[in-house]
Write a protein that binds this ligand. Structure first.
Ligand code: SF4
Length: 372
């Protein structure tokens, strides 16, 4: 089984008003942060020397990894490639259109990144302004072009749905342009109002109005179907891809595979233990190897979590998948929960298992609760 690595780059140009991810605006302590990252990777290398060397995905997320100088980013990738002897991995970097330049895209490609995930969010300037994004439609489309010019063929773009004022027609127009732009993967996220964000103050619970929620769900299903018609198969609640371009990195999370998490605010899961780093750059810089052990998973926990995460995907929970992951058939208690989900109409039967039904896609959290 392969191993997977996540690197958190917690810097952004400005804080978006809806965002609850750990990130800081500005470049404070960037140099020290990257030195700390290198230190954590070197320490982990010692500890990981007996690990199987089949480590097959690396993902730089954030924050906004395209904000710091490319040299910082490429030095971290170099260290990982050397430390873990990685080859032929899917290596992704998240970028946003405002901070990505042609020079950065070329430097990423040269260093070994082979996939870029671009935070387009919308191609309507009014929606982008509502979201507080720094880019506009023109910049987003230019960013896709410079990514292609740098030689990337595996390109993902994010879209946000359910933004106040946004219409189904707006979203379909965005999807049409993206589908024709050369991107190979599209992630669609529904805007959620997170606690403690400026959006919470601005909108409160107003987006929970049943009519607004219904419209957002229509938007979601229409968009999924629209993308499918254009060759982007929905393979997970929020993701659609062209043939051969599913995200391997996310696929590993959903299968419950172990991974390292490097950087402030990152989480990892190694040798059956979940761990995390504090959401604080200063604490991380002082002691990058310090991990908060959050939880040790039993075999039963792992199976329940696997079932819950696989429900996110179009593959669903199947006898074959379970055997491949755990070397045994689906236990009786999980099977009973699967049957209950079908009875409630949240799941539908597929060959050898179940997956979310259309109703289940709208009430996914209710379905996931079954396994908590
Ligand atoms: S760019 Fe992304 S990570 Fe940074 S504040 Fe905006 S939404 Fe959050």
């Amino acid at each position: 089984m392969g191993r997977h690595i996540y690197v958190h780059i917690p810097f952004c140009e400005a804080k978006c008003p809806y965002c609850s991810f750990y990130s800081v605006a500005g470049s404070k302590r960037q140099k020290e942060y990257f030195e700390a990252l290198l230190k954590e990777i070197r320490e982990t290398k010692k500890e990981a020397s007996d690990d199987p060397l089949e480590k097959d995905t690396i993902y730089f997320g954030g924050g906004t990894p395209s904000v710091p100088d490319a040299e910082y980013i490429t030095s971290v990738l170099r260290e990982i490639l050397e430390a873990f002897k990685i080859s032929e991995a899917e290596i992704t970097i998240e970028a946003n259109p405002h901070s990505l330049t042609a020079q950065k895209a070329k430097a990423y490609k040269k260093a070994g990144f082979n996939r870029i995930s671009l935070g387009v969010q919308s191609l309507h300037d009014d929606t982008l302004r509502t979201l507080g994004r720094l880019h506009d439609r023109k910049t987003a489309l230019e960013a896709i072009e410079l990514i292609k010019e740098a030689g990337f063929t595996n390109i993902s773009a994010d879209l946000i749905t359910g933004v106040p004022g946004q219409t189904i027609e707006d979203v379909l127009e965005d999807a049409k342009i993206l589908a024709e732009s050369g991107v190979t993967h599209i992630s669609t996220y529904s805007l959620s109002i997170e606690e403690g964000t400026p959006f919470e103050k601005r909108y409160g619970t107003s987006l929970e109005d049943p009519d607004i929620e219904l419209y957002e769900r229509q938007m979601y299903h229409t968009l999924r179907a629209f993308l499918e018609d254009r060759g982007f198969t929905p393979y997970e609640i929020s993701n659609s891809a062209k043939e051969g371009f599913r995200s391997r990195h996310n696929g590993s999370y959903w299968r419950g595979v172990e991974y390292y998490g490097f950087g402030a605010g990152s989480h990892g899961y190694i040798r059956g233990k979940r761990y995390g780093h504090e959401d604080d750059i200063d604490i991380y810089i002082n002691d990058p190897a310090h991990r908060i052990v959050e939880e040790e998973l039993t075999e039963e926990d792992k199976m329940a979590e696997y079932a819950m995460l696989m429900l996110r995907t179009s593959d669903g929970i199947t006898e074959e998948g379970f055997k491949g992951r755990f070397g045994k058939t689906i236990p009786v208690d999980i099977r009973a929960k699967m049957e209950s989900l079908v009875k409630k109409g949240l799941c539908e039967e597929i060959t050898g298992g179940i997956r979310l039904s259309r109703r289940g896609l709208d009430l996914a959290n209710e379905a996931f609760m079954e396994f908590l």
